[in-house]
Ligand binder design. Structure first.
Ligand code: BGP
Length: 478
């Protein structure tokens, strides 16, 4: 073990997952079809493919997951043994409102999460819930065009209010939209379907719809914060941002300016969530591009008066960017360079950058002045199950150790308030981007392959015992 820094006593060490990546039981208990349920697994690490309906012979990873819907009592026992103080999952919207536009919720779905939350609490684990994690009702896409339609605000708020009223006595930490800012990178793939209903790719149109859909989500998020605080002022309603530092590729001031704009572009959602208003550069950029977003006076007031209580973020990798010479500094993710000579990569080409955690924490705290919460961090890897059912994942231990040490320096040396650390994903689950099982993140191995075949048995990896010690030493023993 390596010497770490002791974290504050109430620090929440935990783990994180999302409903559609592990629950399975996609058509059980009155559940409706979500967008994740119509996405086929991508082959060989490729992104998942959206289908128009469920094909009889297609491989839809969300349909099986790791059967957490039935296995959670056993899995929570393992998490208790691991020492988790908190566990992040999401509520599948389609279990509560199967089509999204019903007037009344599905009681069977509500009961399922009642029991799951109680089970977590019985094991001494604090629930942390995401309201929307890439799993909105598919019906809202086909019937309403997804988030491009303002009506989605009402549907989402009804769902959110229903579950916050139901579970708010037991759940303090909520997040509205998982990785709300990843829409810039996925404009042409599934969140396109999720957010705008536009499947034929036209970049300019897609860009406008992405900003429009995002505006509706931001307003919905502010409304949820307002209602939640009326229900109970102690509830903590958070934003959830995918944090990838974008560094300048060189010390050329043009590259530095471009990297600054890349950060502004990727994180304006955080500005709206945490500061309550859109930045001037973006309003000017929209004018320049002819993008018209209907932001009403009422929207502005809602955003201003209902900022988030904390900013949660995922952290996996950093990027670099070079100047394009464009005076408007237009940026999208295709301009990123994944070739930082100082960094190594995972098997999926994600650049490993532990120092970036501390950099990002400082950047966000300076800008938003909100407590932070790391709700995803981890290493997707091909693990090997040995004949004696051991799994020697020393690469994962090294990855997590380096990131935790950097995080601890951010807290203990820099004084940044951080609520907790919830690495992805506690137990092996289906990959969100590719639908593979082979891209594993857990401390617990699940014996299932990419087709969902296998015994489903759980085995502890070497990282299990290691993380146990990290938690019991409160971060001192890494
Ligand atoms: C984030 C998502 C998660 C998750 C993680 C790892 O973008 O919020 O749902 O899965 O990334 O990504 P992947 O599963 O594609 O490796």
């Amino acid at each position: 073990m390596v010497q770490g820094l002791r974290m504050p006593e109430d620090f929440l060490w935990g783990a994180a997952v999302a409903a559609h990546q592990l629950e399975g039981a996609w058509d059980v208990g009155g559940k409706g079809i979500s967008i994740a349920d119509v996405m086929l697994a991508g082959a060989n690490g490729k992104r998942r493919v959206v289908t128009d309906t469920v094909l009889p012979d297609g491989n839809y990873p969300s349909h099986r997951g790791i059967d957490f819907y039935h296995s959670y009592p056993r899995d929570f026992k393992l998490f208790k043994e691991l020492g988790l103080k908190a566990f992040r999952t999401s509520i599948a919207w389609t279990r509560i409102f199967p089509n999204g536009d019903e007037a009344e919720p599905n009681e069977e779905g509500l009961l399922f999460y009642d029991k799951m939350i109680d089970e977590m609490l019985a094991n001494g684990i604090e629930p942390v819930l995401t309201l929307s994690h890439f799993e909105m009702p598919y019906h809202l896409v086909t019937e309403y065009g997804g988030w491009r339609n303002r009506k989605l605000i009402d549907f989402f708020v009804r769902f959110a209010e229903t579950v916050i009223r139901r579970y708010g006595d037991r759940v303090k930490y909520w997040m509205t939209f998982n990785e709300i800012n990843n829409q810039t990178s996925w404009m042409d793939t599934h969140p396109m379907l999720q957010n705008s209903g536009l499947k034929d790719y036209d970049r300019d149109k897609a860009q406008e719809l992405m900003y429009l859909a995002s505006h509706h989500e931001l307003v919905a998020s502010a409304l949820v914060a307002k209602i939640a605080h009326e229900i109970n002022p102690d509830l903590m309603i958070g934003a959830m941002i995918a944090m990838n530092p974008v560094y300048p590729a060189s010390s050329n001031p043009e590259d530095i300016l471009m990297a600054q704009r890349a950060m502004q572009t990727r994180y304006y959602w955080g500005d709206v969530h945490a500061l309550g208003e859109y930045p001037n550069w973006l309003l000017n950029f929209w004018d320049h591009k002819g993008i018209k977003i209907d932001i009403t006076e009422e929207d502005k007031k809602l955003l201003r008066e209902n900022t988030v209580d904390y900013v949660a973020f995922s952290y996996y990798m950093s990027w670099t960017v070079k100047s394009t010479g464009d005076e408007w500094l237009e940026y999208d993710e295709s301009q990123n360079h994944g070739d930082n000579p100082f960094l190594k990569k995972t098997d999926w080409g994600w650049q490993i950058d532990p120092v970036g955690v501390r950099w990002a924490m400082n950047w966000m705290w300076d800008r938003w002045h909100k407590p932070l919460f790391i709700v995803e961090n981890g290493m997707g890897a091909y693990d090997v199950l040995e004949d004696d059912h051991t799994i020697h994942d020393e690469y994962r231990i090294a990855y997590l150790r380096d990131h935790i040490l950097s995080m601890e320096r951010g807290v203990v040396l820099d004084g940044i308030p951080l609520i907790g650390y919830l690495p992805w994903s506690g137990i092996d689950i289906v990959s969100a981007s590719t639908g593979e099982m082979a891209k594993r993140y857990g401390f617990i191995y699940v014996d299932l392959d990419d087709m969902g075949k296998g015994s489903g048995k759980r085995y502890k990896k070497d990282s299990f015992e290691w993380y146990q010690q990290v938690i019991s030493s409160n971060g001192e023993s890494l």
